[in-house]
Write a protein that binds this ligand. Structure first.
Ligand SMILES: N[C@@H](CCC(=O)N[C@@H](CS)C(=O)NCC(=O)O)C(=O)O
Length: 216
């Protein structure tokens, strides 16, 4: 199997796929594409009808949507290791990934991180209203996750799963804002999980850093 990953260096979703590729020791070729400036080209070249990243390609098989990509990579790289084992744990794993995608990504990453950290690093002015709105919604998301997190070092009992990697990449960005870090600390189960997860080498090895502000 030889995989090509089309991604964007600062994309949280690309980072999730990179974490799974590293966790499963899968060699791959990486193609950088910035979906925020090249959306039409990206969509036109037929890889992603919605002009987003990541996308993987393997011998003509093209796959987009991060959760589907991660499940596929875990499935094709030998014995499945990153999926929960029992039907209930598997359901929880999928639930956490879906909560992360549908309710967490926008406020935590696109509002709190993008406005409060990324834009500042680029030398831009954050939109405070967006940032504050993101924080308020993120609290709701944390409440929901706190209710279902295991309270141990992994979100689902039984070991590291795709849920840890999916949410972990988002929380890494969210906690890059001091307000995000302070919020996570107020949720005991999430805080206990994050204290362990943030030290996971899969996170540090895929950390894209921040852009440098242009010199005045
Ligand atoms: N549901 C998609 C979301 C992918 C996504 O939103 N990727 C972002 C980068 S992290 C993107 O390409 N955004 C471009 C845009 O919003 O135009 C997935 O799971 O892969």
């Amino acid at each position: 199997m030889f995989i090509t990953l089309h991604g964007y260096q600062y994309s949280v979703y690309t980072r999730i796929v990179r974490m799974v590729l590293a966790a499963r020791s899968i060699a791959y070729r990486y193609v950088e594409i910035d979906p925020f400036t090249e959306t039409s080209d990206h969509a036109q070249c037929g890889l992603h009808p919605f002009g987003r990243v990541p996308v993987i390609e393997e011998d003509g098989f093209v796959l987009y949507e991060t959760a589907a990509i991660c499940r596929y990579l875990d499935d094709v790289s030998g014995k499945v290791t990153l999926c929960a084992k029992t039907p209930r744990d598997l359901a929880r794993m999928n639930q956490i990934i879906a909560i992360t995608d549908n309710y967490g990504y926008w406020p935590m990453v696109r509002q709190v991180f993008s406005q409060g950290v990324f834009r500042v690093a680029e030398g831009g002015t954050p939109d405070i209203a967006e940032f504050e709105a993101g924080l308020a919604t993120s609290r709701q998301v944390c409440h929901a996750l706190e209710d279902i997190a295991s309270g141990g070092e992994f979100l689902i009992g039984g070991g590291l799963s795709l849920a840890d990697l999916h949410l972990g990449a988002m929380i890494a960005y969210f906690t890059a804002a001091s307000e995000g870090q302070a919020m996570i600390a107020t949720f005991p189960r999430l805080a206990a999980w994050w204290q362990v997860m943030r030290e996971n080498p899969l996170l540090s090895e895929t950390d894209p850093g921040l852009p440098n502000a242009p010199r005045a």
